[in-house]
Design a protein around this ligand. Structure first.
Ligand code: ADP
Ligand code: MG
Length: 231
């Protein structure tokens, strides 16, 4: 099954995204605030105290996950469009993701570009989007597997980068929902990673396509405008 994420009706611009994410971070923070206030209630049983603290910690973790999916690398509104070498960027992404993959029994393969390929866009946005997709790939392989990050060549001024995993995959219904705000199948998921990746790439005039087979794996293709140096 394949799904073109650029045809989604609920296209959010990057600035709408910023507004909705700050709203999403505020929710768990106000829940935490409420429970911390409740801790002041006189005569609270130790069980209740433990409950309130547990919920507060969970809500703070949730706020942190939302920030991870959104703001680890990019300042989405302000990063300007420049050109950056794809080679260096893929090296960097592999370097920070390999330890994370390895501790989960996942073999990470990088097939890099040559160093003459320059992407048009913000390296930080590109990095954030790819990390969100790679994290999803890794999370889809709870019993280990293979994650491939591949430069698949460029044609007509467009480079193709592929992220493929051998994980759980998605059926047609999931493919339809992936990237919609807050769609998650994970107990502690945010349902924001895909939407953020999609918005960042689209904001740089790129595209993401996903193709997936339940039980076999998933592959994301990222298409980005490039400049090929002639020498
Ligand atoms: P989260 O990772 O917090 O759940 P995302 O927006 O990153 O939110 O992903 C949304 C959902 O899409 C995931 O919960 C998962 O069900 C599905 N998904 C995304 N990437 C993959 C993948 N590589 N393999 C299987 N399912 C995936
Ligand atoms: Mg995710």
């Amino acid at each position: 099954a394949a799904y073109d994420m650029n045809r989604m009706e609920h296209l959010s611009t990057v600035s709408q995204l910023a507004a909705s994410i700050s709203h999403e971070v505020r929710n768990p923070l106000s829940v935490t605030r409420g429970f911390l206030q409740l801790l002041n209630t006189p005569g609270l049983t130790p069980e209740k105290k433990r409950d309130y603290i547990k919920i507060s910690l969970e809500e703070l973790d949730r706020a942190a996950s939302i920030i991870t999916d959104y703001l680890s690398f990019a300042k989405p509104i302000f990063d300007e469009t420049v050109q950056f070498p794809l080679y260096d960027e893929l090296e960097y992404i592999a370097k920070i993701m390999i330890p994370y993959a390895t501790i989960q029994d996942i073999r990470f393969h990088l097939q890099n570009s040559d160093d003459a390929i320059y992407i048009l866009g913000s390296s930080k946005k590109f990095r954030q989007a790819l990390i969100n997709l790679i994290k999803n790939g890794i999370e889809a392989m709870p019993r280990g597997g293979e994650l491939q990050l591949t430069y698949a060549g460029s044609a007509n001024g467009i480079a193709q980068i592929v992220i493929a995993d051998t994980g759980t995959g998605m059926d047609a219904e999931m493919l339809n929902r992936v990237g919609k705000p807050f769609f998650t199948t994970k107990e502690k998921g945010t349902g924001l990673g895909m939407m953020v990746a999609y918005s960042l790439i689209q904001g740089m005039n790129g595209e993401i396509e996903v193709s997936s087979t339940a039980g076999v794996g998933t592959s994301f293709s990222i298409y980005m405008p490039v400049i090929e140096e002639s020498g």
